[in-house]
Each structure stands twice: as structure tokens, then as C-alpha cells.
Design a protein around this ligand. Sequence first.
Ligand SMILES: Nc1ncnc2c1ncn2[C@@H]1O[C@H](COP(=O)(O)OP(=O)(O)O)[C@@H](O)[C@H]1O
Ligand SMILES: [Mg+2]
Length: 251
Amino acid sequence: MGSLLTDNDAMMQRADLCAECGGHAMMPKRRRPAAWLVMRVANAFFRLARNPVEAIADDEEWRAWEVDCFRLLHAPEFTAVCARDGHPSVSVLPGRDLSQDLAAGMLRPAHLAAAGAELRRAHRLHSRHHGAAWSHGDPHTGNFLFDAKTGRARLVDFEMRHHRELSEARRHADDLLVMLQDVCGRCARDEWLPLATAFLEGYGRGEIIASLAGLLRVPRGIPRVWWAVRTSWMRGAELARRMDALRAAVL
Ligand SMILES: Nc1ncnc2c1ncn2[C@@H]1O[C@H](COP(=O)(O)OP(=O)(O)O)[C@@H](O)[C@H]1O
Ligand SMILES: [Mg+2]
């Protein structure tokens, strides 16, 4: 849904050094004018599909969430501000997103172990909105930047949010599921288990991983449509085989 909502060309063209931000290279985050409408429709679909997140349709609410989350996860090394024009502007983080590696067939277990470790760190932070531990809501490969120099992964893109009434454990398990669905749908068959298990080992929280087993069953009806989107329309039989194999490994 990202590029339907975010004006990525504007973001990349306008990445610039910002004196006010301690000399960091900053990039503006901009939404397309009709993003709110796409999000309203998406949220109605998410309810039917039992996807436990909302896309933050209200512009001001999104700006505040984007800046707050970026600072929560990346300060003091990196920063985010609301620029004079009211748009969020965030530090350019080192590395490149894991979706590019996945698309090029170059995603390795070490990348996913780093993403798992970063998600674990992020899940320990406190979210005032949830009144409990923080969660991302949409941590697929495109929202992790991996820095090959340091071996560190970092999260970006804060415009989806888990429903407040969900338990912390359920939100955390859902974050794991999002990443696994993305990798599952786009990796080679023989790479699936090594990649998935490296991610879960990097994450390392046994109680959340155990609770994930119940979420690894491919649903029917409208929730199946959302699974199809998340897994890049992988055929049902192959998807079920991969999820069964992972469930067996997890259990
Ligand atoms: N702070 C950042 N530093 C470096 N690259 C970024 C940063 N934020 C986003 N990107 C890059 O831009 C892409 C799109 O940004 P993102 O915030 O995920 O928007 P969307 O997915 O809604 O298009 C990311 O996949 C990543 O490659
Ligand atoms: Mg994104």
C-alpha cells in the first residue's frame, strides 16, 4: 500500500542536510493528497479481514505518530522533526531496505536475525498510545533498513498502528507474522525455513514465538484475501506447506 500513500519521489529528491537537526541528512515524509481516502477504505477492509491494525487516516495524528515513533526508536543518534511546513522530516538512516535484497534474491539469514533483534529491542519500548509496550503494525521487509557496515537493522514507516484493545503479546506476535508472510511469499522454497528461523532466533522471545504458532494457519474467507496480499499471492498449497513446516519448527 506504501507507494499509493507516500510520495516517495518527493521524499528521495528532497533528502537534504538540515542545520537545525545537528547536521543530519534529513528526508521529508509526504503523503499523496488522496491517502486519507485510501486509508479509510483500507481500514474498512481490514476490519472484515481481521487484520488488527488501522492505517492512520487523520493527517495530524499520522504526523505526530511518525515523529514520536521515529524518535522513540532512533534517538539520540537520529532524529525526527515537524518541519516549518508541518510535514514530518526524519534522519536518513544508513543502509538499504531488506525488500530490495529479498527482490534480488540476496536476503540472507543474518539480515533477518538483525531484523528480529531490532524488533525485540523495539518491543521493549513503551508506547503511551497503547499504555503498554510498543509495536509497529506493518514491519515487512520494506520497513527495515539494514546497515551492512554495522550489521544493524532499523525500522521506518509509522503509519499503521495496532488496535489499542489488543494485548501486548498479540500485537507482538502479529508483528512477527507480518514479516514472515512477506518473506514466505517472495523467497525460494529451500530458503524459507533458514530465513524464517533466523528471524525468530534473532527475536528470541520464546513465549511470543510459541503464541505465534496459532497465527500460522492460513484462514478462509475475507481474511484469506489479506493473507494473499501479504504473501504476494502465493498459491494456497505451497503457502500451507511452508506454514506447516514453520509451525513444526516453532513447536
Ligand atoms: N529514514 C529513512 N532513511 C533512509 N531510507 C528511508 C527512510 N525512511 C524510508 N526510507 C526508504 O524509503 C522507502 C519508503 O519509505 P516508507 O517510510 O516505508 O514509506 P511507504 O512504505 O509508505 O512508501 C523505504 O522502504 C526505505 O527504502
Ligand atoms: Mg514502507
